[in-house]
Design a protein around this ligand. Structure first.
Ligand code: DX5
Ligand code: ZN
Length: 214
């Protein structure tokens, strides 16, 4: 299982320290949440902060765009070192074009689905999706409760991917903890994002290891 700690829950006053903790830990990716205050009711951080993260991070940057019309910023996020660039299905009018544009910049293309958006909307695009990010909370904030309906969506996503012969990874984002991580992987999840569960822990490095060893 791929584990991607979300820096949204880190202490921004000591961001370098948080990045170095993740570098030295068993985590696999950095999950970076970019919010615009329009697509979601919160503003997180943007390009200047991402350039600092890029400077210190030694693991892949998994960038989750919660912004309207993300196609405007694809080359910007490529230059900032994004390895995976995930856009929301709900924010893209021409999703096929957007995914091709992400791949043309040599990044993996991700698509995120809000909790209310069915997996079936991706039937005709799944072959082009490198990472399918299922939101297990409503996007916008860390520290929310996991939505139990996500298990069903993981199984549906797994079936869609297998039936279409795609090699899409399934990533889960929101409310992930030791309470649900194992069941999510058993349902078919390949990657888990964890924000507050890691960074609010007394020992984040050990918590990352605990999640990796479920
Ligand atoms: C929510 C973000 C998540 C968030 C997860 O909109 O997409 O990545 O950081 O945080 P936790 O793990 O605290 O739910
Ligand atoms: Zn996220």
């Amino acid at each position: 299982m791929i584990l991607a700690p979300s820096l949204l829950a880190a202490d921004f006053g000591n961001l370098q320290q948080a990045i170095e903790m993740v570098n030295a830990s068993e985590a696999d990716w950095f999950h970076i949440d970019i919010m615009d205050g329009v697509f979601v009711p919160n503003i997180s951080y943007g390009m200047p902060v991402l350039s600092v993260i890029q400077k210190h991070a030694t693991k892949p940057l998994d960038v989750h765009l919660m912004i309207v019309d993300p196609s405007r910023y694809i080359s910007t996020f490529a230059k900032l070192g994004s390895d995976i660039l995930t856009v929301h299905y709900e924010a893209c009018t021409h999703l096929h074009r957007t995914l091709q544009a992400i791949k043309a910049e040599n990044m993996k293309a991700g698509v995120a689905l809000n909790p209310h958006t069915p997996v079936s909307v991706l039937e005709d695009i799944i072959q082009d999706v490198d990472v399918l990010l299922l939101m297990s909370v409503n996007p916008g904030f860390g520290g929310q409760s996991f939505i139990e309906n996500t298990y069903k969506k993981v199984r549906q996503a797994k079936t869609l991917i297998e039936q279409s012969g795609a090699s899409t990874l399934i990533e889960i984002d929101g409310g992930v903890s030791l309470k649900n991580a194992k069941a999510l992987v058993e349902a078919g999840a390949d990657a888990l994002v964890a924000g507050s569960f890691v960074f609010n822990a007394a020992n984040p490095t050990q918590t990352i290891a605990d999640l990796k060893h479920i």
